[in-house]
Design a protein around this ligand. Sequence first.
Ligand code: FES
Length: 167
Amino acid sequence: MTNHTQAAGSCEQEASDPSDRRSFLSMLTMALGLSGGYGALALMAARFLYPAKPPARQWMYVAAIGGLEQGGSVLFSAPNGQSISVTRLAEDGVVEDFIALSSICPHLGCKVHWETQNRRFFCPCHNGAFDAAGEAVSGPPADSHQNLARFPLKVENGNLFIEVPLA
Ligand code: FES
């Protein structure tokens, strides 16, 4: 009878030993914390090794080059809503005759336009001026080194194409 009582007491002690439960819970918490930490580290390493792709771009038709005379501009709307001014600066029969620049002033967003007589792009809002390559030369854009964004162009079979972002 004494042995039976001791055995029963031992079983009760094993089933409800609070120190065993505490150590199990602390090990579980530590395992979850470690796996979360290593998971975050693996995610950061993956982002470093495989950076986000640049936005998709596409060549789009602008105009027949014969239809744009020197000093003339056409306004082109990209699929992402950007407004781009394509201007003919020369008539040498090469793609360098043309330039495609954002028609939105980087200062506060007014519309810029090409002035043939001054050979510059001009923003009337605060007298911002840009040279033929879109580099800010006077006014607030020049003070803060804000140039007009430029877009690639190509000529194929007498037609002018522009490369623009899709989104
Ligand atoms: S918005 Fe163009 S110069 Fe200010």
